[in-house]
Design a protein around this ligand. Structure first.
Ligand SMILES: Nc1ncnc2c1ncn2[C@@H]1O[C@H](COP(=O)(O)OP(=O)(O)OP(=O)(O)O)[C@@H](O)[C@H]1O
Ligand SMILES: [Mg+2]
Length: 60
C-alpha cells in the first residue's frame, strides 16, 4: 500500500518547551488514521507540522 504521509522522529519545541518528542507514523493510501490524546497532548501541533505552519527542530 502506498504511503501518503510519513513523519519520522519529529521533535517540536515552542517557546523553548518540548511539545512533541520522537513522533513517527505512516499513513497509507485509503487508511483512516486518527490522532487521539488529552487536551494539550500535541494533536494540533502534529497537524501544524504536516501543513508546514510549525517547523520541527528534528526529524522530517
Ligand atoms: N505557540 C505556542 N507556544 C508555546 N506552547 C504552545 C504553543 N502552541 C501550543 N503550545 C503548547 O503545546 C502543547 C500541545 O498543544 P496542542 O494545541 O498541540 O494540543 P492538542 O492536543 O491539540 O490540545 P486540544 O485537545 O486542547 O486541542 C500544549 O501544552 C500547549 O500549551
Ligand atoms: Mg487541538
Amino acid at each position: 500500500m502506498t504511503t501518503m504521509l510519513s513523519l519520522t522522529n519529529v521533535d517540536v519545541e515552542l517557546g523553548g518547551v518540548s511539545i512533541l518528542r520522537d513522533i513517527t507514523f505512516d499513513v497509507r493510501e485509503g487508511e483512516t488514521f486518527g490522532i487521539v490524546g488529552p487536551n494539550g497532548a500535541g494533536k494540533t501541533t502534529i497537524l501544524n507540522v504536516v501543513s508546514g505552519v510549525v517547523r520541527p527542530v528534528r526529524g522530517r
